[in-house]
Design a protein around this ligand. Structure first.
Ligand code: KG4
Length: 335
């Protein structure tokens, strides 16, 4: 079954053709980052306008690269939640139009579920149940993936998402948005033990995270070093920040895995492209005999192929939408 999938939840306009949830025929991603970085983050109004301008050509390119006409497509899927409302609406309306015009089934896909499904594209042998650590620009959560369409949140951030923390710390260090990959690279030259930051813990849910404190910690450290006119080694700050974040992610995730006696873990979301986090999770997996799956780096950030992967399982579960489908800014992965 070939699904044409559309993703427009934030600042990437993307269309992919995916077969049976596992094989990518094409995956076109048109990013708006260069424009948003002028403002230090995504400007929702600009994002929706750019989606509107590029959606048709991105869809045509995806069909062309897959060497298919629209008649070769069996269903249309779209990421309809969560995300920026104005951006989601562009994708949802385009998908609805295409499905109505061509009489194709319309499959609604939850964006975070799609991030988890990026793993099915990289590892065709992977099947649920497993645990997933979702680390993206807008979300951070430990999810028990009970089945392809059934999810239970075990832990989540109580404030900033981990990607957001990377981007805010990046701003302090003088990097453009998004800063995750830049901090990743700079950290390779730094001493990760140079500074320590607090790692918040919660009594009422030991699997929950908080990343807003570390962002303030970095800001204070940076200002203190400057005030004292000491040598400012950005690479040491970056590496120490990254090590603390990674330790927090490892601690809570492995706590959850051990408590629930789960031996398979996947990572998902833009931050899952981080080289230090990838290495650290693989190493800990070996030590604790947990199978760790990391999606291809190209499939960690927002893309439509992951939407096409999840859509296949939503279709099999009879989860179809009518032409009344609406975009939704916030919706739990459990709903
Ligand atoms: O998953 P994503 O593309 O968007 C959301 O759905 O939220 O994630 C974007 C986030 C940004 O915060 C970006 O800085 C971060 O992923 N990111 C990284 C790396 N590459 C992207 N963070 C850390 N290390 C990286 N290599």
């Amino acid at each position: 079954m070939k699904i044409l999938a559309i993703e427009t939840s934030c600042d990437e306009t993307s269309c992919a053709i995916v077969e049976d949830g596992r094989y990518i025929h094409s995956n076109i991603v048109s990013t708006q980052i260069d424009e948003h970085k002028l403002y230090g983050g995504v400007v929702p109004e600009i994002a929706s306008r750019r989606h509107l301008e590029s959606i048709s050509s991105v869809v045509n390119e995806a069909l062309k690269e897959a060497n298919l006409g629209i008649d070769g497509i069996d269903a249309v899927a779209v990421s309809y939640c969560p995300g920026l409302l104005g951006s989601l609406i562009v994708g949802v309306n385009y998908a609805k139009g295409l499905s109505m015009a061509k009489g194709l089934p319309l499959i609604p896909v939850h964006h975070i579920k799609a991030h988890i499904s990026a793993n099915y594209l990289t590892f065709r042998e992977l099947t649920p149940p497993f645990m997933s650590l979702v680390i993206s620009g807008g979300n951070t959560m430990i999810v028990n993936v009970l089945d392809y369409t059934k999810f239970k949140i075990i832990g989540r951030t109580r404030d900033d998402a981990v990607g957001e923390a990377y981007d805010k710390v990046g701003r302090v260090l003088g990097f453009d948005y998004p800063a995750g990959a830049k901090i990743d690279n700079l950290s390779k030259k730094g001493n990760k033990e140079a500074y320590t930051f607090k790692k918040p813990k919660f009594e009422d849910n030991r699997y929950d995270f908080s990343f807003s404190g570390i962002k303030t910690g970095v800001m204070n450290l940076y200002n203190n070093i400057k005030q004292r006119k000491e040598e400012l080694k950005k690479e040491d700050i970056a590496a120490s920040f990254q090590k603390t974040v990674c330790d927090m992610l490892l601690e809570n995730t492995y706590l959850a895995l051990n408590d629930k006696n789960i031996k398979t873990l996947t990572l998902a979301g833009g931050v899952a492209a981080n080289s230090f986090i990838r290495e650290s999770f693989l190493k800990r997996g070996k030590e604790e005999e947990v199978r760790v799956f990391l999606p291809d780096k190209a499939l960690c950030g927002d893309n439509a192929a992951m939407v096409g992967a999840q859509a296949f399982y939503e279709f099999k579960n009879n989860n179809l939408a009518s032409s009344a489908l609406d975009a939704i800014a916030t919706l739990s992965i459990e709903d």
